[in-house]
Design a protein around this ligand. Structure first.
Ligand code: HEM
Ligand code: NAG
Ligand code: NAG
Ligand code: NAG
Ligand code: NAG
Length: 328
């Protein structure tokens, strides 16, 4: 073979390799009905078990949705949010923003039920994604199909929570950057923030806006002053225990009222109000507020599927945990 032919044949073999690798990667991605053959009842077992809890305590839907968000933003959707600390490392669970996470018992119950049917097959990361979807749809929210096949990670590190999860004090620039770092765009930010249509918050996430905002005993000018008066009645300056409904009146129902609140400058966190500081997010807020959430359900479904793919482990990566709080 001449040198040119050798070169061409080498390049060709590399090209084939590249194509194979990228195909392989595709095949290793998430897909619908992933457990169809290996655990056919997985999805129905998960939704039945979730329903048992949500039907008795609808307020659990909020922390279960939030748990999936936290999981995905820190190390990808790999179930790391569920891992307990060990003697040698403090896990995400024990980070301050996580101390308010609830609902671990639901995940444990779901995992046991699934393990009983098919042991060692369904990942905790997939369980989080499905439980979040089921929880939302059980409180009048949208229903979306969840691509599956996530594997569980073996690592969970406390400090990563502070670096990866946006703080309630984040401004619009920081929020857009932190979402972009996860492959989520500005629309996803506006849409997923709508998750705050359900649930409650501790006062600490927003009391700075009510008292001494800039150190001059002032309040946050971007919040409706009448709302500040109301919130002050619920939260004294250093209150660590009170819970405030994020979408008062309908905090148990997944609706579009969040956008009406934000549009009225009644978003609870600075990160909620910040959606009015960018033309694209502002337009989204105004649109949903003025059209009773004409596209919110569909948008939320799409953005949740996107968020659910952030940094996932697939194929031979990671493991299928036997217990969600412990690596195998
Ligand atoms: C955009 C950046 C975000 C920030 C800064 C943020 C911040 C927070 C904070 C500080 C709380 C209150 C926690 C507490 O004190 O108990 C909270 C609650 C909550 N968040 Fe977010 N969040 C963000 C995005 C999201 C996303 C994307 C979702 C889901 C799609 C979500 C869903 C929830 C839910 C459902 C609750 C209520 C939890 C409960 O009732 O226990 N959040 N969030
Ligand atoms: C994980 O930690 C929690 C809280 O510390 C504890 O209640 C639970 O039993 C632990 N789970 C396992 C499987 O060790
Ligand atoms: C957002 O916060 C960052 C960090 O505190 C700051 O550097 C930046 O100027 C802020 N941007 C806006 C638009 O307020
Ligand atoms: C407000 O903040 C300033 C600066 O941090 C501090 O000196 C002052 O004592 C605070 N006032 C109150 C009432 O907490
Ligand atoms: C729900 C949960 O796991 N909360 C933990 C948060 O971290 C503290 C310690 O910092 C634990 O005591 C909580 O159990």
């Amino acid at each position: 073979m001449g040198i040119l032919q050798k070169l061409l044949s080498f390049l060709f073999s590399q090209l084939i390799l590249v194509l194979m690798v990228s195909n392989h990667n595709n095949a290793m991605g998430l897909k619908l009905g992933y457990y169809h053959k290996t655990c056919p009842n997985a999805e129905s077992i998960i939704s039945k078990t979730t329903y048992r809890f949500i039907s008795r305590a609808p307020t659990l839907a909020a922390p279960l949705l939030r748990m999936h968000f936290h999981d995905c933003f820190v190390r990808g959707c790999d179930g790391s949010v569920l891992l307990n600390s060990t003697k040698t490392s403090i896990s995400e669970k024990d980070a301050i923003p996580n101390q308010s996470l609830r609902g671990y018992h639901v995940i444990d119950a779901v995992k046991s039920a699934v393990e009983e049917a098919c042991s060692g097959v369904v990942s905790c990361a997939d369980i989080l994604a499905l439980v979040a979807r089921d929880s939302v749809s059980m409180i009048h929210g949208p229903y979306w199909k969840v691509p599956l096949g996530r594997r569980d990670g073996r690592v969970s590190i406390l400090n990563e929570v502070f670096a990866e999860l946006p703080a309630p004090f984040a401004n619009i620039t920081q929020l857009k950057q932190m979402f972009a770092a996860k492959g989520l765009n500005t629309k996803d930010l506006a849409v997923l923030s709508g998750g705050h249509t359900i649930g409650t918050s501790h006062c600490l996430g927003f009391t700075n806006r009510l008292y001494n905002f800039t150190g001059k005993g002032d309040t946050d000018p971007s919040m409706d002053p009448n709302y500040i008066v109301k919130l002050k009645q619920k939260c004294k300056p250093r209150d660590t225990t009170a819970l405030v409904e994020m979408d008062p009146g309908s905090f148990k129902t997944f609706d579009e009222a969040y956008y009406t609140l934000v549009a009225k400058r009644r978003g609870l966190f600075q990160s909620d109000s910040a959606l009015l500081d960018d033309p694209e997010t502002k337009a989204y807020v105004i649109l949903q507020a003025s059209t009773h959430g004409s596209t919110f359900a569909k948008d939320f479904s799409e953005s949740m599927v996107k968020m659910g793919q952030v940094g996932v482990l697939t194929g031979n990566q990671g493991e299928i945990r036997k217990h969600c709080a412990l690596v195998n």
